[in-house]
Every structure is written in structure tokens, then in C-alpha cells.
Design a protein around this ligand. Structure first.
Ligand SMILES: Cc1cc2nc3c(=O)[nH]c(=O)nc-3n(C[C@H](O)[C@H](O)[C@H](O)COP(=O)(O)O)c2cc1C
Length: 190
């Protein structure tokens, strides 16, 4: 069956490393005839500075955020996809703040029945595409964070990590990194 993949990107650099690698990743997915949509979290407009922890979403029977802005529209689309991919540069050992604002709003897509999480996110697969200027150790905390989220949700998780990505745009001539991104797309798109 055709895979449906939603990529949330979080770099402020339109032609930076994240954008370059996501393009190759998408090509790999499409090689498998997967349906791919890319949403740039950097361009979204919010009414609040991220999730305000009002917990109103947890009292609803449905899975939605009660704040109506650009994030609400993305949250409504997420359940239509099989795979949610987070693509981000490493900023201070985590995802960029631009992406984190959107990630926190996905709180509305999970509720807990006792200690068991339920909701749309528990039916998906998570994937992470992350790059850092530093070596492999610079990517350990972000990898652990997303793996822990997937473990909590009880869903599969895959990652493609690019150390030594250099400054913005530095991966353009990095054939190994580009090949890896394409191969990751082919793998997830199957
Ligand atoms: C605010 C900021 C924080 C960063 N923090 C880290 C870090 O903790 N570790 C690291 O290896 N690289 C760090 N970097 C480097 C970026 O991860 C790297 O340059 C990345 O490839 C940029 O991707 P982009 O071109 O998509 O913006 C940081 C860069 C910025 C601007």
C-alpha cells in the first residue's frame, strides 16, 4: 500500500542543510511512490508562544488543540499520514525552537488511559532527520529524545543522523550525506 509521509521541517535557512537533505529524502520516498507532504514549521503563525499547557485538549472527546491557528491545521492533518518525520538542525543538542513549538502542540493528539497513551500518534511511525556541525556525540541527545517519545507512544522509530554537517548549506557537496538521505527516503517510503 502507498505510504503517506508528513515531514515537519524546522530550519530557518530555506537553502540550508535541512532543506537540502529533506529534498533528497523526499526524492527517495517518491522513488517508492509514497505520498509525501513537507510542512516548514518556520513559516507558521501562532496565537501563543507554543503550547500554553491549558490542558483543554485533554478534556475533549476529539483530538484537537483548542487554539485556532496554523498549528491547528497541521495537527488536523497528521492522523491522515502513516509516518511523521521530524527534520531539524541540532540547536543546543535538541530540535530547533521553530520545530519544538509545533511538536509541543501535538500534545493534543494523545491522551492517557491510565498509563496507556491513546490517540492518533499511537497509530503512526516516527522518524528523525537531524544534522549537526559536531560529531556523532552532538546527535545523541536529540536521537534519545525522539526515540523516548516513540517508545512512550509504543510506535516504531527510525532516524537518519548527519554529523559534521558544517555551516548552513555545507552538506551540498557531501555525497555520503545526500546518498544517506535518499536511501532513508527509499527505506521509509516502502
Ligand atoms: C542556534 C544554533 C545552535 C546550534 N547548536 C548546535 C549544537 O548543539 N551542536 C552542533 O553540533 N551543532 C549546532 N549548531 C550547528 C547546526 O546544527 C548546523 O550548522 C546545521 O547543519 C544547520 O542546519 P541548517 O542549514 O538547516 O540551518 C547550532 C547552530 C545554531 C544556529
Amino acid at each position: 500500500m502507498q505510504k503517506k509521509i508528513l515531514v515537519l521541517t524546522g530550519s530557518p535557512n530555506k537553502n540550508g542543510n535541512t532543506s537540502i537533505l529533506v529534498k533528497r529524502f523526499v526524492e527517495g520516498c517518491r522513488h517508492r511512490e509514497a505520498e509525501v507532504k513537507v510542512v516548514d514549521a518556520n513559516g507558521l503563525k501562532y496565537k501563543t508562544k507554543g503550547c500554553i499547557s491549558c490542558r483543554a485538549c485533554q478534556k475533549l472527546k476529539t483530538y484537537r488543540c483548542v487554539i485556532t491557528d496554523d498549528a491547528t491545521k497541521i495537527l488536523a492533518q497528521i492522523p491522515k499520514f502513516d509516518i511523521l518525520v521530524f527534520a531539524t538542525p541540532v540547536y543546543t543538542f535538541g530540535p530547533s525552537a521553530q520545530l519544538k513549538l509545533l511538536i509541543d502542540r501535538t500534545y493534543a493528539l494523545v491522551k492517557c488511559e491510565g498509563t496507556t497513551p491513546v490517540g492518533p500518534l499511537t497509530k503512526m511511525r516516527f522518524a528523525l532527520i537531524a544534522r549537526a556541525s559536531g560529531g556523532p556525540e552532538a546527535l545523541v541527545p536529540i536521537q534519545r529524545t525522539f526515540a523516548a517519545a516513540a517508545r512512550f507512544l509504543g510506535i516504531p522509530f527510525n532516524s537518519s543522523l548527519v554529523p559534521f554537517a558544517g555551516e548552513s548549506g555545507g552538506v551540498r557537496g557531501n555525497t555520503a550525506a545526500l546518498t544517506k538521505a535518499y536511501a532513508f527516503g527509499r527505506r521509509l517510503g516502502l
